[in-house]
Structure formats: structure tokens, C-alpha cells
Design a protein around this ligand. Structure first.
Ligand code: IPE
Ligand code: IPE
Ligand code: MG
Length: 232
């Protein structure tokens, strides 16, 4: 059985580059190229939803030139996605706080989201300027504001209400989370949504993570005993 939704923390671009005596940005370029390869493999395997972590709310603390390169690569990625929208038939959504991104990025995101909104073969979510605590904080403010204005009754708030106020509204929770490059932590990614996901950590750095590695992760996922709180 293939998971319905895979979430990936694309980590290790910097270390991949360093190992080769290249600047960190070379790792980001190679890593960005790998997104299409993995998105195609995901589609071929029949996985409906893919969510990738591309830039966290904490990543602003990196050197200015690296942040700039990550912004430019994101813009390039979206521009290419726009060009290939018809061919890929993939609906693209960006999750995270878009409000403090540069205007050119905000416009590009809007264009891509609108242009691909008609597709429903596969769904790609790109987490950019995303942090789960930030998302939960924004959700809380929106709920509070709707309660205050009388559009929402406190007694009607349940888990589904919370989900519907998050950036991942209408997207099923991930079944599987893969983090590349050896670190075994969640780094502020989808804290609410990953409540019952299986976690797989691999040593392979993101620029080298291949369709074969993906298939292996799915195989391991299938060998896990998913209890969801039940007894054996
Ligand atoms: C992941 O690779 C890409 C981003 C976080 C934007 P890193 O840049 O974190 O690479 P390492 O972890 O330093 O090797
Ligand atoms: C998480 O990776 C964020 C992305 C992959 C975009 P980091 O490399 O920023 O995470 P930490 O700092 O090692 O926890
Ligand atoms: Mg990292």
C-alpha cells in the first residue's frame, strides 16, 4: 500500500556541498533540481499528496547571501512550475506566512496557485517561510477574531475546526514523514498534522535522495505496525 500523503524535510544541502568543497548554495541548486525528480516518482508510485519543507521561519537567521539564494531558487522553481503546469497536472500550494515575503514572490505564488488550482491528479505543498508554531499562532488569532466578530461559536470549536484554520486546510494529514541527511528532529514542521505519521530518518542527503530511496522508505512504512491507539 502506498501512503496517501508523504511529508519530506529536505535536509543536508549544505553538508552535501561542503563535502565536495563547494559553496552551500551549490547544494541548494542541486537540491532544488531534485524536487522534480522526487515529485515525478511520487506521482508514478500513486502517492496523491507531497509536502516539502523548503524554508523555515528559523532559516532567516542564515547568512544574507544564502537567504537571497534560497529566495531566488524558490522564484525559479515556481516560474518553471508555471511553465510546466499543463504537463504536470499538479496542484501546487504554498504553506507558511506569505505576508512577509518579497512582493515578487507573493505575486508568483498567487499566479502558480491560481494556474494549478484546476488540477487534481497530485497535490504538492511547498512549505516556505513555514514554521508550525507560527502557523498555530496565526490559526489561534483567526479563530479568536471569528469568535469576537460572532462568526464562530466557542462551543462549536473542535479538532476539525482547528484543522480548517491551518494552512493545510483540506489536505489530509501525512501518513509518512521522511527527513534526509541524518538529523532526527522535526524542526518546527507540521506539529499538528504529523500527530500519527510514521517517521523515517535516512542518512542520504537531500541532493542525492533518489526514487529508489523513496521506494525503500515506502517499503519500510509498509512494514510498520500502525496501531492508532488500538490494542494488538
Ligand atoms: C536543507 O539543507 C535546505 C534548507 C534548510 C533551506 P541545509 O541547508 O539545512 O543543509 P545542511 O543541514 O546545512 O547540510
Ligand atoms: C529544516 O532544516 C528546514 C528545511 C529543511 C527547510 P534545517 O536544516 O533548517 O533544520 P535544523 O536547523 O537542522 O533543525
Ligand atoms: Mg539543515
Amino acid at each position: 500500500m502506498v501512503p496517501k500523503h508523504i511529508a519530506i524535510i529536505m535536509d543536508g544541502n549544505g553538508r552535501w556541498a561542503k563535502k565536495r568543497g563547494l559553496p552551500r548554495t551549490a547544494g541548494h541548486i542541486k537540491g532544488a533540481k531534485n524536487i522534480d525528480t522526487i515529485a515525478r516518482a511520487i506521482k508514478a508510485l500513486g502517492v496523491k499528496y507531497l509536502t516539502i519543507y523548503a524554508f523555515s521561519t528559523e532559516n532567516w537567521s542564515r547568512p544574507d547571501d544564502e537567504v537571497k539564494k534560497l529566495m531566488d531558487l524558490f522564484d525559479e522553481y515556481l516560474t518553471k512550475a508555471l511553465k510546466n503546469a499543463e504537463k504536470n497536472k499538479m496542484r501546487i500550494r504554498v504553506i507558511g506566512d506569505k505576508s512577509n515575503l518579497e512582493k515578487r514572490l507573493q505575486d508568483r505564488i498567487k499566479e502558480v496557485e491560481e494556474e494549478t488550482s484546476k488540477y487534481d491528479e497530485t497535490y504538492l505543498q511547498v512549505a516556505f517561510n513555514y514554521g508550525s508554531r507560527d502557523e498555530i499562532t496565526r490559526m489561534t488569532k483567526k479563530i479568536a477574531s471569528d469568535v469576537k466578530s460572532g462568526n464562530l461559536d466557542v462551543d462549536d470549536i473542535n479538532e476539525d475546526t482547528v484543522s480548517s484554520y491551518l494552512d493545510t486546510k483540506d489536505i489530509p494529514d501525512p501518513d509518512l514523514m521522511i527527513r534526509t541527511s541524518g538529523e532526527e528532529r522535526i524542526s518546527n514542521y507540521l506539529l499538528w498534522q504529523l500527530a500519527y505519521a510514521e517517521f523515517i530518518f535516512t542518512e542520504v542527503p537531500w541532493p542525492e535522495f533518489s526514487p529508489k530511496n523513496l521506494e525503500e522508505a515506502i517499503e519500510e512504512f509498509n512494514n510498520r505496525n500502525r496501531r492508532f491507539g488500538r490494542a494488538e
